[in-house]
Design a protein around this ligand. Structure first.
Ligand SMILES: Nc1ncnc2c1ncn2[C@@H]1O[C@H](COP(=O)(O)OP(=O)(O)OP(=O)(O)O)[C@@H](O)[C@H]1O
Ligand SMILES: [Mg+2]
Length: 239
């Protein structure tokens, strides 16, 4: 079966897209599924940082600009089920390369038979255009439990519905039960109309994982955030 393609999206920056993409991809690959994680956020590409991976030669930008073949820009580590296609874009190259993202579908299509899952971290503002380029892609929306974030998630859901793109679910990231003002699950479901809702708790371990360059599902698997994300990964595999 060709890989299930998941584009991790949010209409707002800084809500936890990359954290979620990195940890879900890592968790799914640890559940024995061949997984490719693609950093398609050319403006602020940080996926590799989450793995403490800095010394790579080629990136997605080199592939898009035909300076490298895709195989040369895909890296693997201790877990043979996990592959990473990182980005590292000099500021001057962002605009030129962003236009070339239009070709990304061709590369993804070629890779689909090699993986069970292809998970793509995207950048806010461009992502609707981006996901439309990728045939059979599913959107995974990330939001925080505050009203502005949820309103934007609802708008994104409507845009995806209009474009006929399937939505796997909505991840509410940075949930903190001590903050009573955060929106409840029911309020979020009622407002967005998204039934599949997953919570990831706010967890200082996420900062530590980033500091040491090891995703929290590996570095601190018993932490709240890691357990929540592992649970999402298991459910995504079953969808
Ligand atoms: N569950 C969590 N608990 C605590 N901190 C978190 C959690 N998720 C993410 N963070 C922190 O929030 C910040 C933003 O996360 P992240 O980079 O994943 O967001 P993003 O949506 O990818 O941002 P951008 O729009 O810049 O791509 C990071 O410092 C990250 O460590
Ligand atoms: Mg990001």
């Amino acid at each position: 079966m060709p890989a299930k393609i998941i584009v991790v999206m949010s209409p707002k920056g800084g809500v936890g897209k990359t954290t979620t993409a990195v940890n879900i991809a890592t968790a799914i690959s640890n559940l024995n599924k061949k997984t490719l994680l693609v950093d398609a956020n050319l403006e602020t590409p940080h996926v590799a940082v989450y793995y403490g991976f800095v010394g790579f030669k080629y990136s997605l930008e080199d592939v898009l600009n035909e300076r490298a073949k895709i195989e040369e820009a895909v890296y693997t580590g201790d877990n043979p089920n996990f592959h990473l296609l990182p980005s590292r874009v000099a500021k001057s190259g962002v605009e030129r390369s962003s236009h070339k993202l239009i070709n990304v579908n061709l590369y993804i299509k070629d890779l689909q038979d090699k993986y069970d899952f292809i998970i793509i971290d995207s950048k806010p503002s461009y992502e609707i255009e981006f996901i439309k380029l990728i045939k059979d892609a599913n959107g995974l929306i990330i939001s925080n439990p505050d009203i502005t974030s949820i309103i934007e998630a609802k708008k994104l859901k409507e845009e995806l519905d209009d474009a006929g793109i399937s939505i796997l679910g909505l991840v509410i990231n940075k949930v903190n039960s001590r903050i009573k003002e955060q929106m409840t699950e029911k309020e979020i479901k009622d407002l967005t109309g998204i039934e599949n809702l997953w919570k990831v708790r706010e967890d200082n371990g996420v900062y530590n994982a980033l500091r040491i360059g090891i995703p929290i599902v590996l570095s601190s698997p018993k932490s709240f955030a890691a357990r929540d994300i592992m649970n999402i990964a298991k459910q995504i595999i079953r969808l």
